[in-house]
Design a protein around this ligand. Structure first.
Ligand SMILES: C[S@@+](CC[C@H](N)C(=O)[O-])C[C@H]1O[C@@H](n2cnc3c(N)ncnc32)[C@H](O)[C@@H]1O
Length: 279
């Protein structure tokens, strides 16, 4: 069979698989960036010992644990504490002084993965004396990642990189002030976790659940097609209080989105935006 025909069939199979997942499990990957999904689905074929996506679809439809495992391929879990330290430095220097003026502070970390970004923000708020009046809502669609995040446990061999990022983000203390080391792992303190609520929430299918002052949604929109990015940005606009803040990942931008007109650039080089007045 010519390779163009094979590629066309693979595209059809991919669409059918995503439809099947949506109708069976209500997870909607139909508006995700298809080229990147395709690469990850190819790895899944090897893992599940399937020759085609149609074979994989059959297994996913009839065997829910296969879907749970497939979610690890459909979602990208790469993360780091204080990832892109200049982003956290900009939050600390530019956003925190304004958050400080509020009696209580609500933060939404959308696409929180295993919690690296959530614990980073909690530590930043603790260092700035704001954690006691803050609540961080951390959401994701990957239940395994959410469970891990809730435990606040990370492998010890990642901690040197976490600490270096923390220092570069303007950290005012030692990261080790916030964790206990045990058997090759570190466990972050309960006093941080007391200010976090973890829940399953999809930017593709769910609606707004709270009014918040800061949304940090980093390295999530990059996996979405334009319409889905607009949907997510619309949710963020709706969830933010008057003049609330939105932080995106270093390769993400509001510039070409339908929401661009609803936000002001705040710290443009670190992708921090502010909801326009009168919205
Ligand atoms: C690359 S990680 C980003 C983690 C962290 N925000 C960071 O920047 O390091 C992307 C996360 O987005 C989550 N995700 C993917 N689709 C999502 C959706 N529709 N709604 C919420 N989270 C989603 C994935 O499960 C994954 O945990």
């Amino acid at each position: 069979m010519p390779s163009t025909a094979k590629a066309r069939i693979a595209d059809i199979e991919q669409r059918l698989l995503l439809d099947a997942i949506y109708h069976r499990y209500h997870y909607d990957f139909r508006e995700y960036a298809q080229a990147s999904l395709k690469r990850r689905l190819q790895s899944a074929l090897t893992q599940f010992g399937c020759k085609t996506l149609s074979q994989l679809q059959d297994r996913v439809l009839h065997d829910p644990p296969v879907f749970t495992e497939l979610l690890q391929f459909l979602t990208v879990q790469v993360s780091d504490m204080f990832r892109d330290p200049s982003y956290f430095l900009a939050l600390r220097n530019e956003v925190v002084p304004i958050l400080r003026t509020y009696p209580s502070i609500k933060v939404w970390v959308a696409g929180c993965s295993a919690g690296e970004e959530v614990y980073s923000l909690a530590i930043l708020l603790a260092e700035e004396g704001l954690l006691e009046r803050a609540m961080i809502y951390a959401t994701d669609i990957n239940p395994h990642a959410l469970r891990t995040a809730e435990q606040g446990v990370f492998d010890m061999d990642r901690v040197a990189a976490f600490s270096a990022n923390h220092a570069r983000s303007g950290g005012r203390s030692s990261l080790s002030d916030y964790y206990t080391a045990r058997y090759g792992r570190v466990v972050f303190d309960k006093r941080l976790r007391e200010h976090m609520v973890f829940s399953d929430h999809s930017l593709a299918t769910d609606s707004v659940f709270a009014e918040v002052h800061l949304i940090s949604c980093r390295n999530v929109l990059i996996y979405f097609e334009r319409d889905l990015q607009s949907r997510a940005l619309g949710l963020f606009h709706e969830a933010l209080v008057h003049r609330g803040f939105l932080g995106l990942g270093s390769r993400e931008s509001l510039r070409f989105s339908a929401q661009a007109g609803n936000f002001d650039d705040f710290v443009l080089e670190d992708r921090i935006y502010r909801k326009k007045a009168g919205q």
